[in-house]
Design a protein around this ligand. Structure first.
Ligand code: F0G
Length: 445
């Protein structure tokens, strides 16, 4: 098995390769890295994954991440050997990804204007720390453990810090969390405190916090667990794996995500590239990324709203200068990302190039929705008995918007990802106390 997994620079002109134990999140020329596998997994594994839904006492079968371990075997271990799995694979007692699968939600479908059979929504909020982050954190912390790291480091708008803090506490390692001062929902921040993480307050926004955390990780021997870490992306591939498995590996027409740092977009793209290359899926679903109106970098650049050029991956030759000029423009004009959906209040999506690659491979789209639309999306999910946070509401109203624009067709099959659980207690309270809101049910006296 040795030597079957390695790291490779995503820039086809650069293509530098590194051993799997490498902890840098970039190649020496500053490009992002992919985890690559030399083997082609047998399609018989589909049946193995299905059988593992009866876990037979193994937490690695119970886990919605490690159930697919052959497709993320960067530890290069014998995946059937549970003792060996226990030595390497980090899991919160099999809870990560365990409760995640797509559901039909009739009220959400009615609101969107599509038949109930065609819209699937996959709540990732029922992960142990309350968001999709646990999928990728289980794998990133596995790699951290594999290389003997004693401290993991992240910047966060909240959910990453909760997930990192939880796994760090469980593994007995330290965790530093860089947060934009005053911009995190208390319900998210309190989790990081609870798990014993060291909070570092940064004067600025998420983009500033990420920059500082990356610098500090490099200078003080910390292991970065933000989604620029390629091992995070590996675990997050299991989000589309679970959706596809549930649909008998028959690809839907669309997979829809809220867009922040674009780790999800990148991991979904990588998952689909791999599955298609191996012949596990015959059709490539299109990815739709939904930004907030107030933090719309990807949508602006992808749709040519800045300097009139539609930014593309362009077979590995994206116009990165356009991105630089866009960021300079934001700085010059003093434009800061601004939305009540703080999870996606991100101006400089660190994975933008992997995101563009994913959109190119899947013929994807990017668009924006407003705060009030996201709140409606969040609320209608609630009316189906499922809990999600405001950023996740973007997946629902994003579908509605793209349908109204004729981009998503009425008979298309769609999977929307509900990325996290409600942690900002006042958002639904305020929403329902304002009778003007579409789904408001104000209290009676
Ligand atoms: N939804 C939720 C609930 C999130 O917490 C995030 C990101 C996103 C969507 C955006 O996902 O970055 O993959 O495009 N939250 C990060 C954090 C940044 O620090 O918790 P993305």
């Amino acid at each position: 098995m040795q030597g079957e997994a390695y790291l490779k620079c995503i820039d086809p002109q650069c293509g530098l390769e590194y051993p799997i134990e490498t902890t840098s999140v970039q190649c020496e020329k500053g490009h992002l890295l992919d985890v690559k596998y030399k083997n082609t997994p047998s399609e018989n594994l589909k049946e193995v994954f299905y059988q593992r839904r009866n876990p037979q006492g193994s937490i690695f079968n119970e886990s919605g991440v490690w159930r697919f371990r052959e497709l993320l075997n960067f530890c290069q271990i014998d995946t059937e050997n549970i003792d060996e799995c226990s030595k390497y694979l980090v899991s919160l007692d099999g809870a990560e990804g365990r409760l995640s699968k797509p559901y039909q939600m009739s009220k959400a479908a009615e609101f969107v204007g599509i038949s109930n059979e065609n819209l699937w929504l996959q709540p990732e909020g029922y992960n142990p720390s309350g968001s999709f982050k646990d999928n990728g954190m289980a794998t990133a912390v596995t790699h951290a453990k594999m290389v003997g790291a004693t401290k993991i480091v992240c910047a966060s708008t909240g959910n990453t810090s909760a997930s990192a803090g939880m796994f760090a506490a469980n593994e007995g390692i330290n965790c530093d969390v860089y947060i934009p001062s005053g911009q995190i929902a208390p319900g998210k921040l309190s989790q990081a405190y609870q798990f014993g993480a060291q909070i570092v307050q940064v004067d600025g926004n998420f983009d500033d916090a990420l920059k500082q955390s990356l610098d500090d990780a490099k200078n003080h021997d910390g292991y970065t667990v933000n989604s620029v870490n390629p091992f995070r992306i590996e675990g997050q591939k299991t989000i589309p794996f679970r959706a596809l498995e549930y649909l008998n590996w028959e690809a839907p027409d669309w997979i829809v995500y809220p867009g922040g740092a674009l780790g999800n977009t990148s991991s979904c793209g990588k998952a689909l590239m791999e599955l298609y290359e191996w012949g596990w899926i015959k059709k490539i679903p299109r990815i739709a990324v939904i930004n907030s109106d107030g933090a719309s970098t990807l949508s602006d650049l992808y749709n040519g709203k800045f300097e009139g050029e539609e930014l593309r991956w362009n077979k590995g030759k994206p116009n990165t200068e356009l991105i630089t000029r866009y960021y300079d423009h934001l700085d010059k004009e003093g434009i800061r990302p601004k939305t009540k959906a703080t999870a996606i209040q991100i101006g400089r999506p660190a994975n933008i190039l992997k995101g563009l690659r994913a959109l190119e491979f899947t013929n994807g789209v990017a668009t924006t929705v407003s705060d009030s639309e996201m709140l409606d999306g969040m609320s209608v999910v609630g009316l189906n008995g499922f809990d999600c946070e405001m950023a996740s509401g973007a997946s629902v109203v994003g579908v509605k918007k793209l349908m109204n624009e004729g981009i998503i067709k009425k008979d298309d099959k769609i999977v929307g990802i509900l990325t996290g659980r409600q942690k900002d207690a006042m958002l639904p309270v305020d929403y329902h106390n304002n009778p003007q809101n579409k789904f408001a049910k104000p209290p009676k006296n």
